[in-house]
Design a protein around this ligand. Structure first.
Ligand SMILES: [Zn+2]
Length: 229
């Protein structure tokens, strides 16, 4: 009986080892498809590649290019550009009587608040200033230890916060709204865009690159691997 038990154990272990190593020696893992619940064996992905469900084509996993370094570098760059966006004039308006008015990004929000648009001012302040900052700081906090092969003690909370905030950050919508309104204002006054506006445009582009490089499944798996190290 003991001989049979040992044989069965060895047999099961050999199956398990085969299932976690593919022919090229790379590790594999079973991932359940979120759309159709199919269990799919996914071998370790190359950087920049994706794995899809064979039944419904849903994306199972995506390994971003550059691993942790890419979203980390982009997040730091985005935070720096965001700081620049608030440090200089956003744009200036020159009226017919020679009056010139310069505004900053925060000044924009204050002007909205003063002109009886408190709800809109608070929405812009939250979605365009507070949430992007919170998103970037939380992203940097979890990625810096990961880049060093360590784990932030509050990774689960911060990662949940990052992925919950992502759909609410609307810097690109704000930028588009400004561009549309500029076309209307330009007929009434001479508008000059400032350094902050250019910084904000670059910030919006960099921010969307950060969001697209933060793949939820990959990040949680990378964190789990650090636990086992
Ligand atoms: Zn599927």
């Amino acid at each position: 009986m003991a001989l049979y038990r040992d044989f069965l154990f060895d047999f099961l272990m050999s199956i398990f080892e085969e299932s976690t190593q593919n022919t090229s020696g790379r590790e594999s893992e079973l991932i359940a498809c979120h759309q159709c619940d199919l269990l799919v064996e996914v071998t370790e992905l190359e950087e920049g590649s994706k794995a899809h469900c064979p039944r419904c084509s849903h994306q199972l996993l995506k390994k971003p290019k550059g691993g942790v370094s890419r979203p980390l570098a982009l997040s730091i760059a985005a935070l720096g550009l965001f700081g620049l966006s608030n440090a200089f004039p956003f744009m200036s308006f020159k009226g017919g009587a020679g009056q010139e008015q310069m505004i900053t990004l925060c000044h924009n929000v204050m002007e909205l608040y003063r002109h009886d648009s408190q709800l809109l001012a608070l929405t812009v302040f939250g979605l365009v200033i507070v949430l992007p900052c919170l998103y970037l700081v939380a992203t940097i906090l979890i990625l810096v230890p990961m880049a060093k092969g360590q784990r932030h003690p509050n990774f689960p909370r911060l990662a949940k916060l990052v992925f919950a905030l992502a759909p609410w950050v609307m810097v690109d919508v704000f930028l588009l709204g400004i561009l549309v309104s500029l076309t209307k204002i330009s007929s009434m006054a001479k508008v000059e865009i400032g350094l902050s506006f250019i910084s904000f445009a670059f910030f919006a582009a960099t921010f969307s690159m950060v969001v697209s490089s933060m793949n939820k499944e990959w990040l949680w798996r990378a964190w789990e691997r650090l636990e086992t190290k």
